[in-house]
Design a protein around this ligand. Structure first.
Ligand code: GAR
Length: 222
């Protein structure tokens, strides 16, 4: 993968600077992936498609959503991926939900767990159970614009470049070690409706690379 790529020169607004840390590593065996989602599920689908088309040596073995009628669930059904609803309202605390998630994904023998639009703050319970193998995707160039509404806040700040980050998860929100980032131009007349698809397109590229990197580290561990 190149260190930097431009988009279609005839259409500069689709152009991006991609800054991966290198070629996505190949894991010794297919990774078993668990995915957490709360909304649209486009990153979940990107992981499934990359796995099925050979761009990522992995299989998505389960999706958990916390919002009962989200679009990610419909995608899972269409794609034939087992999906489970764990509505956070039915758990007494963040830790209680995270304990249930750990049990669920342990049963599925998940190697790497991916927060693909999981709009819940996770507790140390999940971080410790999936230490170094819990990956999050965030729609900004971290450490800028941590937290909610990152794209809206980047636009309000008038940035010229924003992007997305895939990183390992630690208990502090949007603060873990960065695995891969992609830079995306922001234009003065951009709105959320024009910027968001540009960022999503790059998320779908970097998340599989980040997952492969996390998986590789798993096999490198003593
Ligand atoms: C993505 O843009 C992701 O970066 C963001 O939610 C969206 C989910 O899209 N995550 C966060 O903001 C987490 N802080 P998707 O449901 O289509 O994958």
């Amino acid at each position: 993968m190149p260190a930097a790529t431009g988009g279609d020169p005839a259409s500069p607004r689709t152009g991006v600077l991609v800054v991966p840390h290198g070629v996505p590593p190949e894991c010794p065996r297919p990774l078993r992936l668990g995915v957490l989602a709360s909304g649209q599920g486009s990153n979940f689908e990107a992981l499934v498609q990359c796995s099925r088309h050979g761009a990522l040596r992995a299989e998505v073995v389960g999706l958990v959503v916390n919002t009962p009628h989200c679009k990610a669930l419909a995608r899972a059904e269409r794609l034939g991926v087992a999906a489970t609803v764990m509505d956070h309202h039915h758990y007494s605390s963040r830790k209680a939900l995270d304990h249930a998630l750990v049990e669920h994904f342990r049963d599925l023998q998940v190697d790497v767990l991916v927060m693909a639009g999981w709009m819940r703050i996770v507790s140390p319970v999940l971080c410790q159970a999936y230490d170094q193998r819990l990956v999050n995707i965030h729609p900004s160039l971290l450490p800028a614009f941590r937290g909610l509404n990152a794209m809206e806040r980047a636009l309000a700040a008038g940035v010229c470049i924003t992007g997305c980050t895939a990183h390992l998860v630690v208990p502090e929100v949007d603060a873990g070690p960065i695995l891969v980032q992609a830079a995306v131009p922001a234009y003065p007349d951009d709105t959320l409706a024009t910027l968001a698809p540009r960022i999503h397109a790059q998320e779908h590229r970097i998340l599989p690379v980040a997952v492969a990197m996390a998986g590789q580290r798993l096999f490198e561990r003593p």
